[in-house]
Design a protein around this ligand. Sequence first.
Ligand code: ADP
Ligand code: MG
Length: 592
Amino acid sequence: MTGRLLSGINPALAFGLVVLVVWPMAFDTPYGLRLFALAGIYAIFVMGYQFVFGHAGALSLCHGTFFGLGAYFTGILGAKFGWGFPATFAASALAPVVLAAIVAAPVLRLESHYFALATLGIAQVMLLVAIKWEAVTGGANGIAGVPPIVLFGMTLARGWPTVLIVWGLVAALGLAARAVLGGLYGHALHVMRENPTAAMSLGLDVARLRFETFLLSALYAGLAGALYVHTIRVISPEALEFHAMVACLTMTVVGGRTRLAGAILGAVLLIHLPEWFRFLEHYYLIAYGLVLLATIIVAPNGLLGLVEDARRRLAPEAPPPAPFAMPLPAAARPTVPTGAILSLDGVGKRFGGLQALDAVSFDVRPGEILGLIGPNGSGKTTLVNCITGIYTPDGGGIRIAGTDVGGMPAHEIARLGVARTFQNLNLVDEMSALDNVAIARGAARHLALGTQTGATAMALARAEAMGLLEAVGAAEVAMRPCGGLAYGTKRRIEIARALALQPTLLLLDEPAAGLNESEQADLAQRLKALAGSGLTLVVIEHNMPFLLPLATRLVCLDHGQKIAEGSPRDVARNAKVVEAYLGPQEAAEVVA
Ligand code: ADP
Ligand code: MG
């Protein structure tokens, strides 16, 4: 038992904790303790930045503004209005969150570099407000005489009391962040960051995830700002200037973007680095810059990334969880009443001058396997992207089990029971096969902040994911990162991931591409079994020997138009299909 307990402790983490305790004792001077308190404050600031920059992958440049806003609220309310610590602390937490919520609508929809520029604009505006609005902010001089922290009638002295409060909050906020990010939620953010299209197709509300992480980042930054101003006792525009932002960004990159220990490591190192280089006098900035550069080159994932890599190399691969057999997808949903499960009515899509889809209409009935064929560039993948909401069609109607999905965002369509795989594979490479599938299980349960964060939810999702990987014959690679797996295996993992959504309609984009003959036969058998259980399938495929025995009906596209629809034999014999796609020789072979 003790052995198991001890083996559960991460030696690197234990070492880090010991250093954190010994450090302030070793540098037990007023200045040393003040620096250590500042390091803790920056650690909170960086933890907040990890939500938006590390986990959501968005380069926000107004994180320093949230910090400054927290500082100003505490400074003004405390020094000018005499508010007590609990009230100013709450105000400093709330104000940046409100600002984040207000600016989120216009900026969060922007693509990467535009988002960075927009957030930079926000930072500039807030800095100007702080400088110009003298009556309230004290202008360029700021406000002196910010009160210290007073708790339960006791004034918190500088030195050890401040260090203990600050680092107590580092621990509390770190544990809170861990609780939020530890389970499925953190993994969902990982999928979103690496592959937004896949995330949407799993039913993850990407816009909402971005919004939540942005607000969380503002909350942490505001709290850090409040502590900062209590420590330095004056508030001035410096708190809103760009170097606070740059310091935070640097600490995040050096420490590690997604690991809480990285936030602490980055903050402690970078707060102390200028001190260590002080003997260099004017040249210290050069040394500082060189050390940063070297770190980024040697450890692109931060110093904690190095530690993690080493640990992964040394540790044996974890054993996979015991599988939990889920009810077969379609059986878990109420059956579709009548008629078509998917109904396309004159669907069109243009890309510039190219009519990729031209008034495509056909129905897919419950339980059938519809084969979608056509030459390369005929619009098959585009059609799947329109059905799943990745593209918005320019015209026509798409109904899924009777629901009009025109203009519906992709994650809502996924939640209607539509799952898909991708022609060019959209797995998260550095994540294990098991976790790639487990996220989809979480997403199927409408994963949101506050739910699915605990270890139990993750454990259940993993057990279910294991059951699905067994069902597609990929159980033996469950614990391996997807990046290094064979093509055919990845295709099967994508199918398991799609099945994890318990869909009623499954769209497979060239599932047999890259599979050898025995793998193809195996896949065909599994797909037939799925259809037998009531799942409806649309299968895009070029491989006729694979598709013809499998499909119950075929639709053929050419130049974005439907040129044939009917039984596999009829379509394969259709003159237009032979001319546009199969060619006389293959047509003769497949019909024979
Ligand atoms: P298929 O899957 O049948 O091979 P696609 O649907 O991928 O064909 O492509 C149909 C046509 O639309 C092709 O000419 C392709 O170049 C074009 N196309 C597809 N997606 C886009 C896009 N996002 N932007 C511009 N053109 C596109
Ligand atoms: Mg395609």
